[in-house]
Design a protein around this ligand. Structure first.
Ligand SMILES: [Fe+2]
Length: 285
């Protein structure tokens, strides 16, 4: 392995990285080198451009902390997260479509009874969310774990602004597979763009916004866990989501409701919005 040149370097590198015992690691390493070298051959970076690339990745790494995952943002904004999601969710017709998990899920979220308000101290328009969880045969799933989380009406998640968990909770579907809860209307928001990924978006001439959405993660025995969002049909960023996560089947619409008795029998003193969706889970393999 001497005197390697532009013509022989790729072949020798592939040989060097594929000698391990783990076949999957060999296959991934081989593809990584092949595609990386092809990329470099295509763009023919100057030495200064190569250094810029190294510095960019270094800054992405240094930006990461307990509460900030710049590499996930990079993956999201380059369409990689949605591609991984698509490859892993080739599911039967009729099952609710998936989308990105996002960086703002919190394991220690509260578990609340059906009908509870998961955002009792938030400003913003009250929102009544309801729906059902069923299997692909249309049978209701009782006891499904229904996690919901979203931004405040200013476009921030709780974890971005403090340590109190807000605007997130886990509920359990009832015997008929139904769930319902109160919260406030979220809004569209920019992904964190004060780091290298924000610099990249600006350089690419892109805005940093995600359309308004509520995140859901729904899990039940014998079913694949569903990670998805619901989007709202009049959002200005539906067709330019910075992380490419919008699917038409997940775009819903608010109903504008007047103050008074709500569908769950509670009394809303203010006008409010309601949102309803029927989730269909895919059987576990
Ligand atoms: Fe989100």
């Amino acid at each position: 392995m001497r005197d390697l040149n532009e013509d022989t370097l790729t072949k020798e590198t592939i040989r060097a990285v594929t000698g391990g015992k783990d076949g999957r690691i060999s296959a991934v390493s081989e593809a990584l080198v092949r595609h990386l070298h092809a990329f470099i051959r295509e763009i023919e970076p100057s030495q200064a451009e190569w250094e810029f690339g190294i510095d960019f990745l270094t800054r992405v790494g240094k930006m990461c902390s307990e509460t900030r995952q710049e590499f996930i943002l990079l993956s999201d904004t380059l369409g990689v997260s949605m591609l991984v999601d698509a490859i892993n969710h080739r599911q039967p017709e009729g099952v609710t479509e998936t989308t990105v998990f996002g960086p703002f899920y919190v394991e220690s979220r509260p578990e609340l009874p059906l009908g509870a308000n998961m955002s009792p101290n938030e400003t913003g328009v009250p929102l009544f969310v309801s729906g059902t969880v069923s299997d692909i045969e249309g049978r209701p799933i009782a006891g499904a774990s229904v996690d919901a989380w979203h931004s405040d009406d200013d476009g921030h998640y709780d974890v971005q602004v403090g340590s109190d968990l807000r605007m997130r909770a886990r509920f359990r579907s009832d015997a008929e597979g139904r769930f319902w809860f109160w919260t406030v209307r979220p809004t569209f928001y920019p992904i964190p763009n004060d780091g290298p990924v924000g610099d990249m978006l600006a350089a690419q001439g892109r805005h940093p916004y995600r359309p308004e959405h509520v995140h859901f993660m729904i899990a039940a025995l014998g079913q694949k866990t569903l990670v998805t969002h619901l989007f709202i049909d009049d959002d200005p960023y539906l067709d330019s989501d910075v992380v490419f996560g919008v699917k038409s089947s997940l775009v819903t619409r608010y109903r504008y409701e007047t103050a008074g008795e709500a569908p769950d029998g509670s009394i809303s003193l203010r006008d409010y919005l309601s949102l309803e969706y029927h989730f269909v889970l895919s059987p576990a393999a």
